[in-house]
Structures are given as C-alpha cells and as structure tokens.
Write a protein of this length. Structure first.
Length: 590
C-alpha cells in the first residue's frame, strides 16, 4: 500500500493543480503552486459546471426489470423503494461530486452502510444511520494495486478516512485486543507531508486545529481472499505497529472491485489510471489567459499623444481647451495630429479568439453543452452542432449511466437484504384517488419474490439531465400533436377523452402562469346526462331491462376532439405572442 500510494503522487499533484485552476488563483491561501498572474476567464470552472449540469442535474431514476412476469408487482415496489432512497438521500449530490472528480482525474465511489463506520470526512450529511450510504472517495485518500491494467484485476483497493479515537476504541466491530492500543494521529501526519486539494483553503492544521483526538484508518479490499480488512495507518498508508493485525475482517460476496466503483471519461490502454478532460484542455486554458493578459497589458499602455508642427502652438491650445462640438478656428489643421502608441494588436486578438473556439471544441462544444445559446448563424448549422455534441455527450452519459447503475445495484442489494430497513412509500390506484401502502419493509413483513439476481437494475440516462420548463412544454406539445393526436380515434373508440382542463393546468405550471386557470370555467359533469356512443346515438342512463329510446340529433360540437385539441394547443402557442389590442377581436371571433 505504501509503495503504490507513493506511485500515485504525480496523479494527486496534477489533480491538485487542475482543481486550483478551477477554483481560481485567488482562492484561499497563496501556495507555491498558485500563480500571481490573474485569470480573466475561468474556462475550467465553466467546463466543469457544464459537465455536472449536463450529466447529473437531477436525481437518477432507476428502472427494474424482473426475470418473470409474476415478479412485476414486487419489482415495481422494489423500484419505488430504490427511487425513494435516491430522492431522500439526495443521491445527485455525491454523483455530481464524483462526476467533477472524473472531469479532473477519476471518480471513486464507496457503497456501505451508514453505521458501519463513524466516518468524519466525506460523509453525506443527508444519510440516515443504518441506511445504505453512497460515499465519495477522494484520490488523496485512495490507493490501489498499480500492477493491474484495470480495476477489476487489482489485488487490493483501499481508502483512508479519519474517525474519533475514543469512538474507535469503543467500536464493537474492531478487535478489542487491538483497538485498545490505538493512538491519535495528527492531521499533518495524516496527510503524509503532501499538500492535497483540501489545503487550498487553509494551511495544514497542527494540534491547535484539532477539535479532538483522531485516528487514521484504512479499509482494504483483497480480491483474491474476498475480504475487507481494516488497519490503523499513517498518512503514507504505512500500517501502524499494532501487531500488524487488522482491526476487523469482513467477508465479501460481491463484485470484483469490492465496495468501490470507478468513473472515468478517458481510459488509457494498458493502464489502470485514466486521463481526464481537464488535463487535455488545460494547455489551451493557460494559453488563452496568457493572451488575454498580454492584450490587457497593451491596452493599459495605450496612449493618445497630440502632436503639432512648429508655429501651431496657438491652434493646439485652442483645440485642447475646446468643448465637444465647439467650433474652433485654426490656421492649418494638417499641422495637428494625434499619435496612437501601443494598444491591442488585431493579430493577437484573432489568435486568442481561435484558441477560445478550439478550447470549446476540445471540451465538447462548451456553449451547446452548457446551454449558453447557438454557436453558429443558422438553424441548420446549430442542428449539426447539436448532433455532434450529442454524440460526444452520449459517451459521457453512457459512462455515467453505467456508473450510476452499478451504484444502484450495490444500494439495492443492501436494501434487499436489510433485516430492519423501512422506506415509506405509496401508490395511487389508476383512475381513482385511492392511495395504497407501497412502503418497503424487511423480509419478515414483505416476503421477497425470488432472489436479488432476478432483477436487472439500470438507470434511465436521461433522468439526470437538466430540462428547462420551456423544453418540457415544447416536448409536451410535440408529443400531443405528433404522437397522441393521430391515435385519438383509437382512444375515443375505447372510451378515452382528452382532458383539456388538466392540459391547461400543465400549461400554467410549465409557463409559470398561475392565473391562467382564471380565464376558463368548467361545469361539473351531470351523472344523469345522456351519454354518446361512437355512432353518435344518445342513450339514457337507465336500469337494465327498461326499454330504451334512441334519438339521433345533429348537434354542433365544434369539431371532433382531435380538431378541438389541435385548436387549443395552437391557441396556447399564439397566446404568448398576442398583443393586448387583439383581445377584443379574439372575443368577437369566439
């Protein structure tokens, strides 16, 4: 462990430099790595935010597929519990953090029970003790077997964390004969003498900065032995002298990477450590800001110096004292001129603009990914750009979806086997207002259908991306006009109707127009009202056996439901562009 932790030092140092660029040169304390040169445009910050917003803006939505049809009801309940867990624990927060880690270097996740260790660092504040916890692991606290070419072949994977010394000596999961000999470790010792990303804000604290005595521990997954062992270590992953025996030993019956999952956006062949988008665009980021600093320096030194020929002193005095648009008499205007010295060079300006465009292209078209507007002058070019961005984003989304699905599998397995966990939930019976209990209970109260391997768990890759209300409204209208309306005859044939009242409520919600509903009134349906069949006949709602009289009438209904829905949607679309003076004429037409 100590050897491979030393070998990972260049990756930790590079990651720190990238995060320092992201935070800005004036963030926190000045370090030896900080640059005194100002950063005018922080492209690293914009790109990292674009990745986070594009890939994990919302909580993931998990989908469960059972092995047999008979397991579908249980799978729906299982799926409801898993999604309720993701929403309750704010799973999107650690996901965004790990996506940012992957943008800079590599994202590392550890799934464990909330009460398995009293972890004081990188603990999700929303986690409930006893519930499965998705914990982010920093590269500064990570170690793995570097001989392997991929993580699933690593002989060991571990992460270091800190917990109170008093709690460690009383933890019943630790060997009593070993935990009594634990000693406190200072924060400076826990860092191994290196400056990590945490030290960007403050100096490494000494004894005066420690609130209580702490101890550094490491969990190590041993792939060959299928075990997770816990040791007391120092900052360089050297095992402390406690008889060289582990504090605890747990058997592992799971994946080849133990409780750890990894996310990366740039695998390197035959190497376990990946590259990253931030590392590949940092050179352009530095070059662009160097050009901006050069242009700013020249702009500050630019001078406008009036000059005149001998004998034109009085003309120059009159011109310098004149007001704007004041007429001034001069003997010879050609003897007076203004010299411009210095200033921004147009060649440098054009080169800087090309570097900026190259940065955006290398980062995956930053404008389109961050939703900052079109990047070209025509709609056709914008569509082509969106297609290219979609292809590049598709790879990142697939990586994130795989990573999140793996996390969901680990969490779901802990939920499935937990003997005490209860997750509240309810479902509404279709076409009614009746709610039924759909909470998740232990196996004693909710018998399991089959085993955990009978359920395929994946994540909807589009559930985490950001969609504005305008985009949702556009998708709603497009679905109605292109998908639903052609099927209206079939829907009507099966007794379906278009609920225009509910549609107006959705329009008001997505357009942020809460008073839209005040423009319409809807009468309550009469239960004794005559009901129409598909042939246009009207029949009274009478008891069986009573003779029925069929009367056919020609009644104007304002067109069929298809045309009425089309007209309503078109009117809603024109409503945003209608001028105040058009209201009277619209009423007259109505």
């Amino acid at each position: 462990m100590a050897y491979w932790f030393r070998q990972l030092e260049p990756f930790r140092r590079n990651r720190r430099h990238l995060i320092e660029d992201y935070a800005g040169a004036d963030y926190g304390r000045r370090t030896a790595f900080s640059s005194s040169s100002p950063v005018y445009v922080n492209l690293m910050l914009q790109t990292a935010e674009a990745y986070s917003i594009s890939l994990a803006y919302n909580a993931p939505k998990f989908l469960l597929t059972p092995a047999s049809v008979s397991q579908i009801p249980f799978a729906k309940r299982f799926e409801l519990a898993l999604n309720a867990y993701a929403e309750h624990t704010h799973l999107e927060i650690p996901l965004r953090q790990m996506i940012q880690d992957a943008f800079f270097s590599i994202g590392i996740c550890k799934v464990l029970l909330g009460d398995s260790h009293q972890v004081m660092e990188e603990l999700d504040p929303h986690a409930v003790p006893g519930m499965p916890m998705v914990s982010r692991v920093s590269l500064d606290n990570h170690v793995h077997d570097g001989n392997a070419s991929e993580f699933r072949r690593c002989a060991f994977i571990g992460d270091k964390y800190r917990m109170p010394l008093a709690a460690a000596k009383e933890d019943p999961r630790f060997d009593k004969s070993i935990r009594k000999d634990l000693t406190a470790s200072r924060h400076h010792d826990s860092s191994g003498g290196e400056s990590g990303a945490k030290d960007l804000s403050f100096d490494t604290p000494d004894e005066e900065g420690e609130y209580e005595d702490m101890v550094d521990l490491v969990d190590v997954f041993l792939r060959k032995e299928n075990m997770i062992v816990t040791f007391a270590v120092d900052g360089k992953f050297n095992i402390k002298d406690t008889g060289k025996k582990p504090l605890s030993v747990q058997e592992w019956d799971g994946t080849e990477t133990g409780p750890y999952r990894f996310l990366s956006f740039g695998e390197v062949p035959d190497n376990v450590m990946p590259t990253s988008p931030a590392r590949n665009v940092r050179g352009l980021f530095v070059l662009y800001n160097n050009l901006l600093r050069k242009m700013a320096m020249r702009a500050r030194k630019q001078k406008d110096i009036p000059v005149y020929e001998a004998g034109s002193e009085q003309d120059m005095k009159r011109l310098l004292g004149a007001e704007d648009l004041e007429a001034v008499q001069v003997n010879n205007k050609d003897s007076i001129d203004v010299l411009k010295l210095g200033g921004v060079d147009h060649t440098i300006t054009g080169f800087a603009q090309q570097i900026l465009e190259l940065f955006k292209q290398s980062a995956g078209n930053l404008d389109a990914m961050a939703g900052l507007g079109p990047s070209s002058g025509t709609a056709t070019q914008d569509m082509l750009i969106s297609q290219q961005v979609g292809r590049r984003e598709a790879f990142a989304k697939r990586q994130v979806a795989r990573f999140t699905s793996e996390i969901g599998i680990d969490v779901a397995e802990l939920i499935f086997d937990d003997p005490v966990l209860v997750i509240p939930g309810s479902q509404t019976v279709p076409k009614t207002d009746i709610e039924i209990d759909a909470s998740w209970y232990p196996e004693e109260f909710l018998p399991r259908e089959g085993n955990f391997l009978d359920y395929q768990i994946r994540v909807d890759p589009y559930s985490m991306e950001y969609r504005s209300p305008a985009e949702r409204l556009s998708a709603l209208r497009e679905t109605l006009t292109q998908a639903i309306m052609p099927m209206m005859p079939l829907i009507e044939g099966q007794g379906g109707q278009f609920n225009i009242q509910r549609y107006l409520e959705m329009e008001a919600e997505l357009q942020d127009l809460p008073r839209l509903g005040e423009l319409f009134t809807f009468a309550e349906p009469d239960p004794t009202q005559m009901q129409s069949d598909k042939d246009g006949m009207r029949t009274p709602a009478s008891a069986p056996g009573v003779p029925k009289e069929y009367i056919r009438k020609n009644v104007s209904m304002g067109g069929n439901s298809n045309s009425r829905m089309q007209s309503a949607i078109q009117e809603m679309g024109r409503g945003n562009n209608q001028q105040p003076g058009q209201l009277a004429s619209s009423r007259e037409n109505a």
